[in-house]
Design a protein around this ligand. Sequence first.
Ligand code: ADP
Ligand code: ADP
Length: 245
Amino acid sequence: DLTLSVSDLSVRYDSGTSSRLALDRVSLEIGAGEILGIVGESGSGKSTLTSAITGLLPANGQVVGGCIRLQGRDLGALDPDELRSVRGSQVAVVFQDPTTSLNPRLPVGAQLEQVLDAHGAARGADRTSLLASRLAEVGLADPERALTRYPHEFSGGMRQRVMIAMALLLEPALVIADEATSALDLTLEAQILELLLRLRDERGTSLMFISHDLGVVSQLCDRVAVMYAGRVIEETSGTAVLASP
Ligand code: ADP
Ligand code: ADP
């Protein structure tokens, strides 16, 4: 019952006359309810891995080898429509930067509705209570009122919670957190990490946690994959990563 299995994945970017292998036979697995940390210096391939899993590689990027399975389904075998439905409903990404996921011009409730619409969820009066309960779940006080607010009306930590609620809306099996807590102060970060752990425990959501912060990674993650120059050069338990250079 693997949520994610990446085997021998290679991704190449072509830029004019040159091309570079950004991922070189990367393999990793995440079981149900497991938290895998991904660490590695800038340029080691972390974003490329995220984009490949979500099917959103830049136009000049291409999977040139290997395979990605999400809950047993080979993503390489899906057509664009199927891939769109998998994205969001089975895998969701929480970014560091709210502008990547939140539209500043729309109230939060309307944005959550758009996610439901995009995935064909039925309309109905119970939508508001569903959305409010999702915001309550991530710790927003007065969730009904929060639905009517614009992103800038929330503090940084609250906005991060809204983004997590959005990512979790369709109950994806896998959440990818891409430096999701890096911009928060320590107290807020601790609260968000606690929230992610609780959601894992209550829902069995699997988590791929990308971070440059080894302390946070060791505290949160069951296992950690260390990336360097497009490869996974080491896999350790969460606590052991602190001991590595
Ligand atoms: P990280 O997320 O760990 O910083 P990336 O996945 O962004 O690493 O980048 C991996 C490598 O691929 C780097 O050498 C980067 O410069 C290169 N790269 C990333 N995106 C592109 C692109 N669209 N075109 C060409 N090279 C790219
Ligand atoms: P990160 O380190 O967070 O991955 P980058 O600054 O490496 O961010 O990349 C930002 C954007 O630039 C991404 O869309 C990536 O695909 C693109 N990019 C990164 N490196 C290159 C490169 N060498 N050539 C072209 N595009 C690149």
